[in-house]
Design a protein around this ligand. Sequence first.
Ligand SMILES: N[C@@H](CCC(=O)N[C@@H](CS)C(=O)NCC(=O)O)C(=O)O
Length: 218
Amino acid sequence: MKLIIGNKNYSSWSLRAWLAARAAGQLFEEIRIPLFIEGSRERILQHSPSGKVPCLIDHGLTVWDSLAICEYLAEKAPGLWPTDPAARAFARAISAEMHSGFPDLRQNMTMNIRKDYAGKGHTPAVDANIARIEAIWNDCRARFGAPANPAGPYLFGAFTIADAMYAPICFRFKTYDVKPAGAAGEYLAAMLAHPAMKEWEASAHAETESIPFEDLYG
Ligand SMILES: N[C@@H](CCC(=O)N[C@@H](CS)C(=O)NCC(=O)O)C(=O)O
């Protein structure tokens, strides 16, 4: 299995698929293509028909788009979704909401792990996105987290695709110093302490490329 990803500092969609592949326990070769430099697009197109990362290749089968990759991995590792049907439906709903939503936060608080942009990026629309994410996290922890499900500190107890989908938000909240209160804050701390998140973060710090237009605030 091969997973084609972009820069670890910037590529939030890559992070989602990479975490899901790790959580699935799959051995995979990581092919990192630095984005937005000469030849990037051609290199990505050699693997991914959309011209975007992430892209998964498994025995000749190509799966592109982060959520489709997560779903494909869940076919191999069903524990990637919650086992309870109601929890699974909820996890799918919040994952889809992340995949298609939060445009203001995405635009004004891009993932940029190496930077400290404390206090930057706020607009009323961004703050509304943040409030919605906090509400989702608090709601998940109240409905599906401890003590009802002591399996872990994540949205549905054990780590699932929903956590992978919200993982880039956790790095954004660190970069922009957004501090959710209560259970959402505890969830954020647990995510930032997750070993795979730490590994990705260290790799982002070790990268040498910069994408100037992604460095929004200097
Ligand atoms: N909906 C896609 C979005 C993928 C996407 O936009 N990837 C960005 C990197 S995070 C990309 O490949 N950008 C390179 C380009 O547009 O040339 C997904 O969920 O995978």
